[in-house]
Structure formats: structure tokens, C-alpha cells
Design a protein around this ligand. Structure first.
Ligand SMILES: Cc1ncc(COP(=O)(O)O)c(C=O)c1O
Length: 464
């Protein structure tokens, strides 16, 4: 976590396959001036990703301007579910812009009306209304606002938010208060951070948290001194980004029953999991429970910034006309892009493809774990998302160095990943566009396997 990729070019082997082409050193020598310019002018926080200059991106491939082509295992960060630069999405964006129609604030536009109806059509029946926003953090924060508003109507002290350890819901204040990483919250003044209104329970991943029973949830809430009746909201990522582990179904059902009993709003953060990623339209449908609210983003448009909150009408309708809006809510170009992306996912059966090709990915994960049992502590996922947790040999401690080197080695061979994520920066995350084929997944898995072999083979004997 936080490690910077070097800008000093070094020789790498040439690669030429159907999906990958590497013809230069890495980073590309001609790209260094531009990369240095970015480093000189931008906040340091923006240096986190491998130094690949994206020139164009299409389907499952990303191209730089120097003749290199990557097979993309990142989808940006789980954005381009319908594939990069899909012609239908590009046409929807350009046609709307050419209208010309670039912005409407909260004045109605046709694209917003069509998108709102479409979102309700493709989602489970309890998703009765929608509020369109721009970013994932806005959506998760809006869920919190709606749940707390609802809670305070029941009782003024119904103001506690339960979320999960190591969870991530965005980088704005409310989102980080709900988040489960102490390191990310260190900037928040202690009286706000420690208000007692934000409590995290362990995520029952069966790896670092071995007891996966719902009793742990109840005990953690009780140990925090919170009476269940004070809980306004429980928010959970459908799967945590850093582990891609799903809740045990029994746990999810017990959590739903607990929320019902205690009049708490249950929110699934679907920012990563939605729009076919996990082999169903919405990842939480794997649990067989209803949500009160969901927060969506990223793959909703496969392109431009768009997010939304969906849920029960009684929650979405709490605010008076004009009192819950955002300048770019339902911006016509973004809505047109989202409509086109959803249509592509439907027309090309990408939800089904994610489930089918996801099986190959799942088998690949099992093989990888079996091959490197001392260094891969856990590997999980569903559909076309998976996370490989790299650990120091024989422990559950993350190994960010090996994760970083494996990713760098893959990128040098034309397989694109984003930088390591998850606890201690030890997770290699796999999340290709949903249009990927079995053959392409197999090729990527071979490259990943080879990268592990190379990086682990080069470790000093004491670290093996
Ligand atoms: C699960 C989850 N929730 C919320 C967010 C925040 O979304 P955004 O970066 O669009 O604000 C992210 C972003 O990575 C996420 O993965």
C-alpha cells in the first residue's frame, strides 16, 4: 500500500499474443516525460497505479500510444463491465453531447427518466425508487443520510451505524466514518471518529475471522455498549474489495432478521458488486435476502461518472422536493452512457458470461492456492471478481512486497492489474470486463501463475 512504481525504464521480454503485445522497455522511455509532468503537478496520492499511459481502450484491451497492448484484469477499478469503449456506449455519449445537451442540473431530461425506469426494471422488486448521483462515496453517504433520517424519526437516539472491519465505502468524511480501516480515518478529528455512533464488527471471512457465526456481530455490538434498538443502519459491502469473500448465506439471513427485529435499515454497498460483476445483476442477490437500500456506482455506466441509491420508496421519499439533490444528478450524457451500458450487458448476456467464465476463474484461484500454499493465504470471489491474498509464508500477515512485484511482473508481460489493495496492501485483485472469454481468462491466469513462480523463486531462502 502506498508503494510508488519506478519511472526508470528497464528491458523486458517482448510479448505477442492475441490479447497482449509488449514491444518496448517498461515504463516506455518516451512516456517518462509525461509521467514526470503528472508527478510534478498532481497530488502525490495520484501516483499509485502502474505507469501505463492509456491512449485507447476497447473490449478487454488497453493500448498505450507506443504500440503496447494489455489484457485488462482491472476494468479500470471495476468500472467497464460492458467492456472498454463499447461502440454503443460511445455512440450514446457522442449523440447526446451533439444534441447538444451537456447538462440540465435537476431540470428533467429524457435520459434521466429512461434510466430511472430501467434501473427499477432490472433490480429486485424491493428497489422501488432511485436517486441518481455521480460517485460511489456520494451514494454510500446518501444511504447513511436516509437511514439516519429514518432512525431519528423513530427515536432521537437511534443514531448508530454498524459497518464492517476493513470495509471501504469511499473517501469522503461520512464514507470513511463508515469504513473499517483505522489508517484511513486517522485524519478525522478524534471527537468525531470516537463519537460512539460508528461501530465496526468483524467480517466473517473464514480466514482472518474464523468464527463466522452471527453471534460475533451481536457480541461486538453489545461490547461497544450499543443497545440494538439504537442501531439505525447496518451497511456491508456485498463482498469486501480486499478479499472478495462473501458472507455465509446463513449470516446474511440472520443479519436481515436482526435488522427487521431492531428496525435498522440494511444497506448493501454494491458499488463494486453490481451490474453483473458477480454473475447476477446485483451481487447481494446471492444471499437470498432483501435490501432496504443499495448504493451503486462504477459498472453502472461502464464509462462516465454516475452512481445511484436505490431502495424502498418510504426511505427514498423522506425529503421534500428540492432538498435532496446534487448539481450533476442525472446528467444527460452520463445517463445515456448508463442506459447504453445496461443495454449492452443485456444484449450480450454479460451477466451470464460473468457466471460462466467466472467458474474458470474460480478453478484458476483453487489451482493457484494449491500451488503456492505458503504464500497465498486465501483466494475467493464470484463471477468475474476474485482476490488473491498474498501472505508472509505460513502466516496470515499480508505480504505487500510480493503482491506488488507479482503485479509489476504481470504488467511488464502485458497483463494489466491495478496496484495491490486490501489489508496491508497484500491483495492481487482480478476484475476483467464482463465480455472476457474463457480463453483470455486462461491466458491471464497462466501469466499470473508465471509471475508468482518468478517472484517467489527470486526470494532469498529465508523468505520462502
Ligand atoms: C465498495 C465501494 N464503495 C464505495 C466506493 C467509492 O466509490 P467512488 O470512488 O466512486 O467514490 C468504492 C470505490 O472504490 C468501493 O469500492
Amino acid at each position: 500500500m502506498g508503494k510508488e512504481f519506478s519511472l526508470t525504464p528497464r528491458k523486458v521480454a517482448k510479448v505477442q499474443t492475441r490479447w497482449r503485445k509488449i514491444v518496448t522497455d517498461f515504463p516506455v522511455p518516451q512516456s517518462v516525460t509525461l509521467l514526470e509532468k503528472l508527478r510534478a503537478n498532481e497530488a502525490r496520492s495520484m501516483r499509485g497505479q502502474p505507469p501505463v499511459i492509456w491512449d485507447r481502450a476497447q473490449g478487454v484491451n488497453v493500448f498505450d500510444p507506443y504500440g503496447n497492448m494489455w489484457l485488462d484484469f482491472s476494468s479500470g477499478v471495476l468500472i467497464t463491465n460492458a467492456g472498454h469503449g463499447h461502440p454503443d456506449v460511445v455512440a450514446a455519449i457522442t449523440e447526446t453531447a451533439k444534441g447538444p445537451l451537456a447538462a440540465t442540473y435537476c431540470f428533467p431530461n429524457r435520459h434521466r427518466a429512461e434510466l430511472a425506469a430501467k434501473l427499477i426494471e432490472i433490480s429486485p422488486p424491493e428497489m422501488e425508487k432511485v436517486f441518481i448521483l455521480s460517485t460511489g462515496a456520494e451514494a454510500t453517504e446518501c444511504c447513511m443520510k436516509l437511514a439516519l433520517t429514518h432512525g431519528q424519526r423513530i427515536s432521537p437516539d437511534k443514531n448508530v451505524v454498524i459497518s464492517f472491519a476493513d470495509g471501504f465505502h469511499g473517501r469522503t468524511l461520512g464514507a470513511q466514518l463508515m469504513g473499517g480501516s483505522d489508517a484511513l480515518k486517522s485524519w478525522i478529528p478524534a471527537p468525531i471518529r470516537n463519537s460512539g455512533c460508528y461501530v465496526q464488527v468483524p467480517f466473517p471471512d473464514g480466514f482472518r475471522q474464523e468464527d463466522t457465526s452471527f453471534a460475533v456481530f451481536e457480541k461486538t455490538v453489545a461490547d461497544a455498549g450499543v443497545k440494538p434498538g439504537r442501531v439505525a443502519m447496518v451497511i456491508v459491502e456485498t463482498y469486501p474489495g480486499g478479499s472478495a469473500q462473501f458472507l455465509p448465506v446463513e449470516y446474511a439471513k440472520a443479519m436481515r432478521a436482526w435488522c427487521d427485529k431492531n428496525k435498522a435499515i440494511l444497506v448493501f454497498d454494491e458499488v463494486q458488486a453490481g451490474f453483473g460483476r458477480c454473475g447476477k445483476w446485483f451481487g447481494y442477490q446471492h444471499y437470498g435476502v432483501q435490501a432496504d437500500l443499495i448504493a451503486c456506482g462504477k459498472g453502472i455506466s461502464s464509462s462516465l461518472p454516475l452512481s445511484c441509491v436505490m431502495g424502498r420508496a418510504a426511505l427514498l421519499d423522506q425529503y421534500e422536493p428540492g432538498s435532496m439533490t446534487s448539481t450533476h444528478s442525472g446528467s444527460p450524457i452520463c445517463c445515456a452512457a448508463a442506459l447504453a451500458s445496461i443495454a449492452v450487458i443485456q444484449k450480450e448476456n454479460l451477466v451470464e458470461n460473468a457466471a460462466k467464465v467466472g467458474k474458470v476463474l474460480g478453478e484458476g484461484m483453487c489451482k493457484l492456492m494449491g500451488k503456492y500454499p505458503d504464500h497465498i493465504g486465501a483466494a475467493a470471489g464470484k463471477g468475474l471478481v476474485a482476490a488473491v491474498q498474498v501472505v508472509q509464508p505460513g502466516t496470515k500477515e499480508p505480504d505487500p512486497e510480493v503482491a506488488f512485484d507479482v503485479i509489476l511482473n504481470c504488467v511488464e508481460q502485458g497483463l494489466l492489474f491495478f496496484a495491490p489493495v486490501g489489508k496491508g496492501g497484500g491483495t492481487v485483485k482480478i476484475s476483467p470486463p464482463l465480455c472476457i472469454t474463457e480463453q483470455a481468462i486462461r491466458e491471464g491466469l497462466e501469466v499470473l501463475d508465471g509471475a508468482f513462480a518468478k517472484v517467489l523463486g527470486a526470494l532469498p531462502a529465508a523468505a520462502k
